[in-house]
Design a protein around this ligand. Sequence first.
Ligand SMILES: CC(C)(COP(=O)(O)OP(=O)(O)OC[C@H]1O[C@@H](n2cnc3c(N)ncnc32)[C@H](O)[C@@H]1OP(=O)(O)O)[C@@H](O)C(=O)NCCC(=O)NCCS
Length: 210
Amino acid sequence: MDNIIHIPTIYCQEHDFSLQPFAMSCASSLQESLNDKAVAHDVSNIPYPYTMDHAVAWIDSRSQIITSKSDRVDFIIIWNDNGVEKVVGSVAFIEMNTMPAKGHVAQVSMWIARKYQGRGLATAALKMLIQFGFGELHLHKIHGFAHPENTGSIRVMKKAGMQHEATLRGDWVRTIDGKEYIADSYLCSIFNPNSSYERLPADYRSQHKQ
Ligand SMILES: CC(C)(COP(=O)(O)OP(=O)(O)OC[C@H]1O[C@@H](n2cnc3c(N)ncnc32)[C@H](O)[C@@H]1OP(=O)(O)O)[C@@H](O)C(=O)NCCC(=O)NCCS
């Protein structure tokens, strides 16, 4: 049976923001924050210009029930900007596999609206996402990819405890101004310290010879 995954609201006291499930009331603030070529440039599948239709369609698609078979979990980052609740970014697990046979792994995705960058929000939000992934989704491994020149994203992943695992050559098809390019990706990852999996011994093949 598929287990339903509840997306909670998680408050960050240090930076006074919260991770929340997407809600239609956020549509206009989401549109305002995401209508930025610089952000769209670095995150796959974000169109530019980003219209209200895009925001509504996206929130609508996030309103479905998330189960252990879903391949992503999305949080919106809400920050109180002088008394007004603003969408300042998002963190998500994408390409998620919470089924045991698939290894309990997920990839992170994140963006912060330009006006709110440089305040530590991405680092804090990513740490919270990782904690949710290990604690509630029982993921075994969480990884993230960035273009090797995306120093901001790499720095955030490392500050959140992830380590450089490899740089994959020509692993990523990116569309820039309508043209497709092959790009390298800088892979970082972190393992669940409380994973229920035991690591396969290095000499398992000789141990299990018939
Ligand atoms: C990458 C991104 C999420 C960082 O968000 P942020 O909230 O500004 O990050 P933080 O404030 O938590 O910064 C954490 C660290 O990264 C550094 N950093 C952030 N952006 C940086 C940049 N563009 N260049 C160099 N360093 C940067 C900060 O200086 C800080 O390091 P420090 O504590 O040593 O000073 C944001 O710039 C963004 O949304 N970019 C566009 C989308 C994107 O690239 N997403 C990731 C796709 S893989």
